[in-house]
Design a protein around this ligand. Structure first.
Ligand SMILES: [Zn+2]
Length: 169
């Protein structure tokens, strides 16, 4: 680190927070999931991080808050408030292309992308769920509850591998 001592720039803070891994799916970070909304610093120097949590009631929220504070404290930022903003609500649409790629690379089927339908707002395209293991589309849901509340358990009828899928929301 060659940067000069002193308070971090807002952009540097944003980068640090963006890189905090999701506690339930550590292969993706808060930016990949679209959880990080805003970062700011007030005139008194205090930092405010605004996040929109994923599934409501996700027990991961407290962990995320602690992780953000810990990450920034490592860089000398100790006056940090983490604010949650629930509106507009988080949806799986906020997961970035990079986030979807990382999920698939770790054997988790990403949620479907929503396509706009004229006059009907947004709706899910009823695409088959692709097996992240072999790529087959012949998959079926075993249980709406996977390893966490945010995921459903699927099985591939081609390679017979079970896998988690992030539920669309
Ligand atoms: Zn398969």
């Amino acid at each position: 680190m060659t940067r000069q001592a002193g308070p971090l720039q807002v952009e540097e803070i944003r980068e640090l927070v963006a890189g905090v891994p999701d506690p339930e799916m550590p292969m993706v970070n808060l930016a990949d999931l679209g959880i990080l909304r805003d970062v700011g610093r007030d005139d008194a120097g205090a930092v405010t991080v605004t996040i929109t949590p994923t599934y409501s009631g996700c027990p991961a929220l407290d962990t995320i808050r602690d992780d953000i504070r810990a990450r920034l404290a490592e860089h000398g930022e100790t006056r940090v408030a983490v604010r949650t903003e629930l509106s507009p609500a988080w949806s799986t649409d906020r997961i970035s292309a990079e986030g979807r790629r990382k999920l698939a690379a770790h054997g988790i089927a990403p949620p479907p992308e929503r396509a706009p339908r004229p006059g009907a707002g947004h709706t899910f395209v009823p695409l088959s769920v692709r097996c992240p293991n072999c790529g087959a589309l012949e998959t079926r849901e075993l249980s709406p509850f996977g390893s966490t509340a945010c995921k459903a358990l699927y099985v591939c009828t081609a390679c017979r591998e079970p896998f988690d899928r992030v539920k669309p929301l």
